[in-house]
Design a protein around this ligand. Structure first.
Ligand code: GUN
Ligand code: ZN
Length: 431
């Protein structure tokens, strides 16, 4: 039994942030929250702010070396920075120690940023995807990961048919080895990159593997106008981009599609109908000049949403910066049309915690701090959020839930994160 005392904050719904001013979260041996008990009086000075673990639903493990590489737009950025880097993310190109260190520092950074569940793409290589799973297992991290699948325009050297067969074989092997491993902390994700670099046969094969193993699917959708044009040219029989994935059998409740910026009403409705998730990547959408995703329209259409850094499309992992960017994207849309709803810090925080958990089928188990939930928790040093809290601990007493959420979204960095816990075990231990 572990007892964590402090100020407890979560957002069961976007509109109902919940603050327990002084409480103790009791976690049992299996890593489940047993109860949350209110404590008398004010928390002592130095008490942490305890929040649910943060969920980053779309990022790329091998792309860390090319964060913040400025480029005009998606396709030249992929060609000049991403593909050459991913191509070398394998043992035959780099020593095993080097790769182990790079993957280790990526996993460390997840914990340092309070991310307790990452849903990530690897490179096309089986060896480094396998290594990443193994390192995540040893560290007790919650990771959903898949080797990226491509058979056309790939940085691999195999010809299309061989590339396709190899990609499907390796995906099947990795899914058999890792899907559901570490008592469910690890998940395999079938990961066809996007319709620009995948044949219909490869995408259908990915969908089949996902059905066979009961695993999720992840890909990219409608991020950039040049990308959309290429997809139109490659799949003339499809009515639009969503229809390409529909024809491949890729849509459904277990599917996460990054970006989804430039969608028609029909496409939004089809995503909603099939329960397919759009993962909002606001920092990436700004960085790569892709556009501002109309998340209010997606939400109104009933499309399930999650939030993500999209490393390295997004230049940093910090989930609070991603939340802020989601809010600022909505603000920018509102400047052009005041009827567009503004997003609150509570809404953005909810999308990275309880909202994402719900979208991903783990509602009531992750993303909130309640009895019977898994203890995925983050401890924040309140004094690192604001100098006034450091100077006068009494100020904390006057803060409402909305104030804490706003302080987090606008002020939190890894420097404020004292510790991160996944299923009751530290992935970043307190100092
Ligand atoms: N579309 C296809 N691959 C990628 C990628 O690696 N990053 C982003 N942002 N978009 C993509
Ligand atoms: Zn991506």
């Amino acid at each position: 039994m572990r007892e964590l005392a402090g100020i407890v904050l979560d957002t069961p719904t976007p509109a109902t942030p919940r603050l327990r001013g002084h409480a103790c979260v009791r976690v049992d041996e299996r890593g489940t929250i047993e109860d949350v008990v209110d404590l008398p009086g004010d928390p002592p000075s130095g008490a942490p702010l305890i929040i649910p673990g943060l969920i980053d639903a779309h990022l790329h493990l091998p792309q860390y070396p090319v964060v913040a590489r400025r480029e005009s737009s998606l396709l030249p950025w992929l060609e000049r920075h991403v593909f050459p880097t991913e191509k070398k993310f394998t043992r035959s190109a780099r020593g095993p120690d080097d790769l182990q260190q790079e993957i280790g520092s990526f996993l460390d950074d997840l914990a340092a940023n309070g991310i307790t569940w990452a849903i990530a793409f690897g490179a096309i290589w089986e060896d480094t995807t396998d290594l990443a799973f193994d390192l995540a297992r040893r560290r007790g991290q919650r990771l959903a990961l898949g080797k990226v699948m491509m058979d056309e325009g790939s940085y691999g050297t195999a010809q299309p048919i061989e590339a396709r067969n190899r990609s499907l074989d390796e995906t099947r092997r990795l899914a058999a080895k890792w899907h559901g491993a570490a008592d469910g902390l690890l998940e395999y994700v079938a990961s066809p990159r996007f319709a620009v670099t995948c044949s219909m046969e490869l995408m259908r094969g990915a969908a089949e593997i996902a059905r066979e193993f009961g695993c999720r699917i992840q890909s990219h959708l409608s991020e950039n106008h040049d990308e959309i044009e290429l997809v139109r040219g490659r799949f003339p029989d499809a009515s639009d981009y969503v229809d390409v994935y529909d024809k491949a059998g890729l849509l459904g409740a277990g599917t996460l599609l990054g970006h989804g910026i430039h969608l028609s009403r029909r496409e939004m409705e089809r995503l909603a109908e099939t329960g397919t998730t759009v993962v909002h990547c606001p920092t990436s959408n700004f960085f790569l000049n892709s556009g501002i995703c109309p998340i209010d329209q997606l939400r109104a259409a009933g499309v399930p949403l999650a939030l993500a850094s999209d490393i390295a499309g997004g230049p940093e992992m910090n989930p609070f910066q991603v939340m802020r960017s989601a809010i600022e994207g909505q603000k920018a849309r509102r400047f052009a049309d005041p009827s567009i709803p503004e997003w609150t810090p509570g809404e953005a925080f909810h999308l990275a915690t309880a909202g994402a958990a719900q979208t991903l089928g783990r509602g009531g188990k992750l993303g909130i701090i309640d009895p019977a939930c898994e203890a995925d928790l983050v401890l924040i040093d309140p004094t690192a959020l604001s100098p006034s809290l450091a100077l006068s601990p009494h100020t904390a007493r006057e803060l409402q839930a909305e104030d804490w959420l706003s302080l987090l979204v606008y002020r939190a960095t890894p420097a404020a994160i004292q510790a991160t816990m996944v299923r009751g075990a530290w992935t970043k231990a307190p100092a």
